[in-house]
Design a protein around this ligand. Structure first.
Ligand code: T46
Length: 148
């Protein structure tokens, strides 16, 4: 799948990733409005969304897996966290502090999240339903998979 991304200044060097910028209506009086639209700013049809919340500084890590087919976009909608990406050859860490900039988690991309702030909440949109068989949760197996 070719991802048509609206790239911002942030350079993502790992494969099957990129930056998604949400359309934003700034309103100093009433609060801001940011919009996620499938096939527009998010470059795939969304079948599922989930929220990872009640995070805190005490929690060390989440993720630590890759997906065989699933494509997702991750938004840190409150607080901050660090997203670590690894395509088997290149590694990159992104500090996520802006809820209007998401990161694509494409297929075959090992990812983990660390350094959560106490108010951190993460929203993920995905192009398919949950399937445990799509996960690679063992890093050595991932490296073999990434070489293929
Ligand atoms: C991902 C990262 C960014 C379900 O039953 N349905 C779901 O839609 C999801 C997402 C998870 N689950 C179950 C599977 C596990 O038994 O919830 C449990 C916790 O999931 P997991 O340990 O995989 O959570 P994270 O935060 O490590 O990973 C999640 C997503 O699972 C994963 O796809 O890319 O967020």
């Amino acid at each position: 799948m070719t991802l048509k991304l609206i790239l911002t200044g942030m350079k993502i060097k790992v494969k099957n990733s990129g930056v998604v910028k949400l359309q934003l209506y700034k309103d100093a009086k009433r609060g801001n409005l940011a919009i996620i639209e499938a096939m527009k700013n998010v470059p795939f049809a969304i079948k599922r969304a989930y929220l990872i919340h009640k995070l805190s500084k005490k929690i060390k890590v989440r993720g630590e897996h890759a997906h065989k087919k699933l494509t997702q976009a991750m938004f840190c909608v409150s607080g901050s966290c660090t997203l670590h990406l690894d395509d088997g050859q290149n590694r990159q860490s992104v500090r996520m502090t802006d809820s209007t900039h998401g990161i694509i988690l494409g297929r075959g991309l090992w990812h983990s999240m660390t350094d959560f702030s106490d108010d951190c909440a993460i929203l993920i949109v995905a192009d398919d339903y949950y399937k445990e068989s799509d996960y690679i949760r063992d890093y050595q197996k991932f490296l073999k998979y990434a070489k293929r």
